[in-house]
Design a protein around this ligand. Structure first.
Ligand code: HEC
Length: 439
């Protein structure tokens, strides 16, 4: 085990969620926007309309700045925060998918080079060649999504990988296609809003109306198909996940789903009103507000996707927070660890602990208890009464040490929490520390 990352008040889970939410908009814009671009650029050459090219140049510069500064930085932050928060889970993913990520990064580099070439050769090279650079970007960006979606979906539905341990058995898993299709559809919707915002700043009113209408159609198409594919995704969820959401185990997941649907509907109304019915009324302020609504909707959807695999961080394979391997994967030579750790103690694998904390005594009991709680609860719960992420002092308030001890015994019976892992002595120490929080 690696040391744990304890984030006061916010909780490490919330930090990742916040960063990831801010990554969504630039990442989906980066993959979706250029399809609109090449489509419009082709039209510009075919119908000989240089004014469309002027719009495109504006459109690309903003993508370049927004996606490739803001998007890249938040992408790196996701890596940092996820790695320190769940180092073992990231390690498992890397051990399985290092070539997946290597491939993704090749396409990512293609994407970056292509957008710079595209922007700086605007009007300087022949149109057909320029268009080819645009296509290179569009495909490169989308293929990077094709790859990363496999790894994201693997965490919820590892599929046949659980038996075979094979790369593609985990990659093409039961939620892969629905998730890829949902993201692909929604990226057009993100691109649509963005195009409308840029178009609303154009001086030429006819051009503004024309582009706004077209972008709204792209956006509406993206939303409709996004909704259909998202429904398919929900049908494909594993039974335990459906139970968490629809069986009433974790009501907030259903709320997230509702938020996503409502936000999607609001964006749809915007496309119809400001895109199709009265495009001349569209303005940057309304556009940005609607982009934020879309962003909250997608954020809620991603929160849902991350939430439904509880109590695991990699479904059926590794528990959240404690990061203990729950199941053997014989072809990989990976062994289940729960029984061994219940016998030898969770402390036995905390290599970083100093000698005086490796055996529990009356003097160090609370301190060791705290370390165990930080490892096994703190990725999902904060330890301060005013903590934002399901604060344990509130959830445990009024409970005595013995009740807490019983709770730890039955923790694994909750559909959304992993069992407490360790010896009876360790459970005692954790209960003793938790009792101080309850007070
Ligand atoms: C993988 C995430 C996860 C881990 C790890 C986890 N919990 Fe929870 N816990 C939850 C969720 C989700 C809830 C539901 C809270 C809610 O309803 O908002 C919850 C609820 C609770 C509750 C309230 C009981 C109830 O009826 O819902 C208690 C008490 C609790 N957890 C204690 C703990 C303790 C102690 C640990 C560590 C030994 C722990 N949890 C580890 C996710 C987790």
């Amino acid at each position: 085990m690696y040391p744990a990352w304890l984030v006061p008040v916010l909780g490490s889970g919330l930090i990742i969620a916040i960063i990831a939410t801010f990554h969504i908009l630039p990442s989906h814009l980066a993959t979706g926007s250029f399809w609109f671009n090449v489509w419009l650029e082709r039209k510009a050459y075919k119908e000989n309309r240089p004014e469309l090219l002027q719009f495109l140049k504006k459109y690309v510069l903003l993508i370049l700045i927004f996606c490739f500064v803001y998007g890249s930085i938040t992408g790196v932050w996701i890596w940092f925060s996820a790695t320190v928060s769940s180092p073992r889970a990231i390690s498992s993913l890397i051990h399985n998918y290092v070539w997946g990520w290597a491939t993704e990064w090749v396409f990512f580099i293609i994407e970056i080079v292509a957008i710079y070439v595209y922007y700086y050769t605007f009007g300087k090279i022949d149109g057909q060649h320029h268009l080819r650079v645009g296509w290179t970007y569009a495909w490169g960006a989308w293929i990077s999504m094709v790859i990363i979606t496999g790894i994201l979906a693997f965490m919820l539905t590892p599929g046949k990988w659980l038996e075979t341990g094979k790369f593609f058995d985990g990659f093409f898993n039961p939620t892969y296609w629905p998730q890829l299709f949902t993201r692909t559809a929604l990226m057009f919707s993100v691109a649509g809003i963005y195009a409308i915002i840029v178009a609303s700043r154009l001086d030429n009113p006819d051009l503004k109306v024309e582009i706004t209408r077209k972008a709204a159609l792209w956006g509406i198409g993206g939303l409709i198909f996004g909704a259909i594919f998202a429904y398919w995704y929900i049908l494909k969820l594993p039974p335990e996940a459906k139970n968490l959401v629809f069986g009433g185990e974790l009501p907030y997941l259903k709320t997230l789903l509702k938020v996503a649907v409502i936000m999607g509907a609001v964006v749809g109304v915007y496309y119809v009103v400001f895109g199709l019915i009265a495009p001349h009324l569209s303005n940057p302020v309304v556009g940005i507000i609607v982009a934020i609504i879309l962003f909250l909707g997608i954020g809620a959807g991603e929160g849902f996707r991350e939430g439904v695999r509880r109590p695991y961080i990699i479904n059926y394979f590794m528990y959240g927070s404690s990061q203990v391997i729950a199941r053997s994967i014989p072809p990989k030579g990976v062994e289940e660890e729960v029984s061994k750790l219940n016998e030898n103690g969770y402390l036995s694998v905390l290599y970083y602990l100093p000698e005086q904390l490796r055996t529990i005594t009356e003097n160090n009991k609370l301190e060791v208890g705290r370390i165990l709680v930080v490892h096994q609860c703190a990725a999902c719960h904060t330890l301060e009464p005013n903590g934002l992420l399901r604060p344990l002092p509130k959830l445990l308030s009024g409970m005595e040490k013995d009740d807490i001890r019983d709770l730890l015994d039955s923790l694994g019976d909750y559909a959304y929490m992993p069992p407490f892992i360790g010896t009876d002595e360790e459970k005692d120490a954790a209960a003793a520390y938790l009792a101080t929080l309850a007070k």
